[in-house]
Design a binder for this molecule. Structure first.
Ligand SMILES: Nc1ncnc2c1ncn2[C@@H]1O[C@H](COP(=O)(O)OP(=O)(O)OP(=O)(O)O)[C@@H](O)[C@H]1O
Length: 490
């Protein structure tokens, strides 16, 4: 059993950070694995990781240490995952993509283009005894919805679990790529689609988690067997504090959703590392889309690496400390990746990833639920099925149980969200009520003050009334006399 590979990376100081604090940094290098970190209260902490990439580290060094072993394994049908974590602007996307994945200095190229090249190099060097093929998918998780970046019409992809293939994204677009140039072109179009979303939905790419999935199929010609290795790259959304950014409205909602999914990620890591040995521990993978997608990666059947990206500036010490502590906790996750070996025909039997919802399946689950819940609850869950398009393969009782857990967990999460929304509505109404009360009190005060003046006006009117009445009577009289005159003339 191996551990997750955890590295820390410090980007160079930004010009703003230089303006604020000059060349001061909050880290002191001890060696390639260990450094001293000084927080805002000048307290010092020692951190040790598998590798630390300081400001001057090259992109190639990160690739060689963190990604290359995982790339080689993916071609040998061992699942791999690489995650970049850290506050906004800490260097996650720079590490993952580089300044651009298509046109960029060789030296600055990020993990993604290097991984693409590495995968095809491995395939080339494996000789002719095996036939490889690579498929590519790209999704982002925005406000707890999984969006297909190769087909924007698929904006609420459902997550499915299959016994033979593990976690799957139902109906996600898979593009077959035959060389690095083709793969980079596809990735670039996916990244461009992220930008389209930005203008259409007014969201910045840092408000969503971006996930690149490479599926490497290996056909062993000799015995007609199909092995599959999945390589998942995750560029997480920024983990900054909401209070510091002063976010409001929609941006605040986005930040809350991001923080929630990142805190579920933290909970999953805690549950994976804090359980008592030999005792089954509940791991809350289903509490967010991110952790559900990463279930195989974090749950053990994958070689997983985490790059904790940080700013070296004292102005971001709090966020960097939280990122580094997150990395330290993840260090204790144990992995035991296995080779995924599927019989060729078996994969076909599972049906394509995009198979439609089977109504009979829903009925089986609902029947099972009827044994535990009353009719009204089952009806509500039935609606949930329809709304969320929850899918499953009802092949075994475990899968039924798993689908049942999905429904329960999603219901709990939606109820928690509803409670949070209600609580914020209550706060808003309380504020509004207070404002109204204050206005009412102010109105009453001004009314009392104005009453006297009003009385004075009324009394002056009363005084004027007899005069007004007299003029009116004389006007009516003159009118009647005109009328009489008219009659006489006629
Ligand atoms: N190692 C590095 N060397 C040089 N520049 C870097 C490095 N890391 C990050 N930068 C620069 O810092 C800025 C912020 O980096 P980046 O966009 O990668 O942050 P991020 O963590 O992905 O932020 P977000 O969460 O908002 O997407 C960019 O201008 C990037 O070019």
């Amino acid at each position: 059993m191996s551990s997750m590979t955890i590295c820390a990376r410090f980007r160079p100081l930004s010009s703003k950070e230089r303006r604020d604090h000059g060349d001061t940094v909050c880290i002191r290098c001890i060696d390639a694995e260990t450094f001293l970190f000084k927080d805002e209260k000048d307290e010092e902490f020692t951190f040790s990781f598998d590798k630390v990439f300081y400001e001057k580290s090259e992109q190639a060094q990160v690739y060689e240490f963190l990604a290359w072993p995982i790339v080689k394994d993916a071609v040998d049908a061992i699942n791999g995952t690489i995650i970049t974590y850290g506050q906004t602007g800490a260097g996650k996307t720079y590490s993952m993509e580089g300044p651009s994945i298509l046109v960029c200095d060789e030296q600055k190229r990020g993990l993604l283009p290097r991984i693409v090249e590495g995968l095809f190099d491995c395939i080339k060097s494996s000789g002719g005894t095996m036939k490889h093929s690579i498929k590519l998918s790209m999704v982002e998780i925005y406000m707890e919805k999984v969006r297909d970046l190769f087909d924007l019409s698929k904006d609420n992809i459902q997550i499915k679990e299959s016994k033979s293939q593990g976690i799957l994204l139902n109906g996600v677009t898979e593009i077959s790529v035959s060389d690095p140039a083709e793969a980079l072109q596809s990735l670039s179009s996916g990244i461009a689609n992220r930008a389209v979303g930005e203008t259409q939905m007014n969201m910045a790419s840092s408000r969503s988690h971006c996930i690149y999935i490479f599926t490497v199929h290996q056909e062993v010609k000799r015995d007609d067997r199909l092995k599959t290795g999945k390589l998942i790259l995750v560029d997480l959304a920024g983990s900054e504090k909401v209070e510091k950014t002063g976010a409001e409205g929609k941006v605040l909602e986005e930040a809350k959703t991001i923080n929630k999914s990142l805190s579920v990620l933290g909970n999953v890591i805690n549950a994976l590392t804090c359980g008592s040995p030999g005792k089954a521990n509940h791991i809350p993978f289903r509490d967010s889309k991110l952790t559900r997608i990463l279930q195989d990666s974090l749950g053990g059947n994958s070689r997983t690496a985490l790059l904790c990206c940080c700013s070296p500036s004292p102005s971001n010490a709090l966020e960097s400390l939280s990122t580094l502590r997150f990395g330290m906790r993840a260090k204790h996750i144990k992995m035991s990746p296995r080779v995924k070996c599927n019989e060729d025909k078996c994969a076909e039997k599972q049906g394509p990833a995009s198979s439609p919802i089977k109504h009979e399946s829903c009925e089986i689950i609902l029947d099972k639920l009827k044994e535990r819940f009353d009719a009204e609850d089952v009806k509500l869950l039935e609606e949930l099925f329809t709304l969320n398009g929850i899918l499953f393969d009802p092949c075994s009782s475990e899968e039924l149980d798993s689908a049942f857990e999905d429904v329960t967990s999603q219901t709990i999460v939606s109820l928690q969200q509803a409670v949070e929304e209600l609580a914020s509505t209550v706060d808003e109404l309380k504020r509004e009520n207070k404002g109204l009360k204050e206005r009412l009190a102010a109105d009453e005060r001004s009314h009392a003050a104005g009453k006297e003046a009003g009385d004075n006006n009324t009394s002056s009117l009363v005084h004027k009334l007899p005069g007004i009445l007299r003029s009116f009577v004389s006007w009516v009289r003159s009118l009647s006399s005109i009328k009489l005159l008219n009659c006489e003339v006629n």
